[in-house]
Write a protein that binds this ligand. Structure first.
Ligand code: V47
Ligand code: SF4
Length: 394
């Protein structure tokens, strides 16, 4: 469906402002005409785009694609370990193998117990992600997934970043193609988007020098897509990268998406600076976060969904992103992830029940819609009436 100029009179008015930079006006016209933005356009948006204009444009795109619908899913996380062989400087969560007594390592039975704890509850997805432990190998995770599937076949298994998979496959001496096939057959249905950080090699060398590089990350996702799996993509922004690096990162993802159409969602991740080796770097402002989301919506024209991860952003900023292009909020209904609370996010116990999440979306003037991992709609909560007990529960 093409956007007619009159579909968005507010954007029209903004674009007609006499003082508006001509390059921005041209880009705005391109967005309304649904033309693809170039890398140069992307840089111009970062350098010159005011939040008002960016938000209006991103919102027009978001409403064209999804109307007021804002998706969430009911999932829980399993973090098998925070012991990690890698040494990413931004990571507050991991403990090196030599200090593994400070971290945690869950057995298969302990992880199955977590799954069993959700018996009878309407969760649709388990998200498995953690550090890269040298002893938790391909066979270990295949056994875990087979047991999860035997216990609860309908639970969708989303798991393992390309970083974890790359290490597992190298250790098992299998090719990426072979390794992905083995994981898929054992029960892996989709992959989260972590480990992408910033693809530029000079930035990677400074913040995460020893883990899989951009080509390796993209190869694993391409292979997953070829097997019919969907995956997500992330970008860690707001540290030492510049706008050019952000555009280069998004451009590489956009190109792979043109090739495979296997990405579901793009998730910009705001760098948090507590308790890591990059604590001297100030965090981005909320305005910069909102600009980032809006530009992501405008640039990533072949990604259907743009997701905000509320446990990291905090609830109020996450709510604001819904006016800056975001149409999906993640979603852990329980306090089951530590990755952001350990890096200084406002949400030390990221837990919201369905009523609270739906209300947060409604208060932003949007329609809360529960989805499964592949965006089949499960329930529209727009007209649902919630009790005070549900809304005030901890
Ligand atoms: O790759 C680590 C990031 C990612 C910090 O696909 C940090 O649905 C900010 O990718 N500040 C892992 N970010 C988490 C992730 C994710 C989360 C939720 C949903 C999905 C999905 C994916 O967390 C890492 C890294 O980029 N991260 N430390 C930090 N200090
Ligand atoms: Fe390990 Fe992931 Fe932390 Fe890097 S971000 S140190 S790969 S847990």
């Amino acid at each position: 469906m093409t956007m007619r100029r009159t579909d968005h009179p507010a954007v029209e008015t903004l674009l007609q402002q006499p003082g508006l930079d001509t390059a921005l006006r041209t880009i705005g016209e391109k967005v309304l005409a649904q033309e693809r933005l170039t890398p140069k356009d992307g840089i111009t948006l970062f350098e010159k785009g005011e939040p008002g204009l960016l938000g209006a444009l991103a919102n027009a795109v978001r409403e064209r694609m999804h109307g007021h619908k804002t998706y969430f899913n009911r999932n829980f996380h399993i973090e098998p370990t925070n012991v990690c062989v890698f040494a990413c400087k931004f990571c507050a969560y991991s403990r090196l193998y030599k200090h593994r007594e400070e971290g945690w390592e869950l057995s298969i039975d302990q992880m199955l117990d977590i799954v069993k704890g959700y018996d009878g509850q309407p969760v649709t997805e388990v998200h498995i992600v953690g550090g890269v432990h040298p002893k938790m190998n391909l066979e270990f995770f295949c056994e875990l997934m087979r047991k999860i599937k035997a216990h609860r076949p309908d639970l969708h298994i989303k798991g393992f970043t390309a970083v974890e998979l790359d290490y597992m496959f190298r250790k098992a001496k299998v090719s990426v193609e072979e390794g992905m096939r083995i994981m898929h057959e054992a029960g892996l249905q989709s992959m989260p988007g972590g480990g992408a950080e910033i693809f530029d090699p000079a930035i990677r060398a400074q913040i995460c020098h020893d883990k899989v590089d951009a080509d390796g990350w993209l190869h694993i996702h391409r292979t997953a897509h070829q097997l019919g799996m969907v995956t997500n993509a992330t970008m860690l922004y707001g540290h030492i990268e510049n706008y050019g690096h952000r555009i280069d990162h998004m451009e590489r993802l956009r190109q792979l998406q043109d090739e495979t159409h296997g990405f579901n969602t793009f998730i910009p991740l705001k760098f948090r600076n507590k308790d890591n080796e990059m604590s001297h770097i100030p965090e981005s402002t909320v305005i910069e976060d909102l600009r980032m989301y809006a530009i992501a919506r405008l640039y990533m024209d072949n990604f259907s969904h743009l997701k905000a991860y509320w446990p990291m952003l905090g609830r109020s900023t996450a709510q604001l992103t819904l006016s800056f292009g975001v149409n999906d909020l993640d979603g852990t209904i329980d306090d089951t992830t530590k990755i952001y609370s350990m890096a200084g996010a406002e949400e030390q116990h990221p837990s919201m029940n369905t009523a609270q999440l739906a209300m947060l979306i409604k208060q932003a003037g949007r329609r809360p819609v529960e989805r499964d991992t592949v965006y089949n709609e499960i329930k529209d909560y727009t007209d649902e009436v919630f009790s005070d007990e549900e809304l005030l529960a901890n």
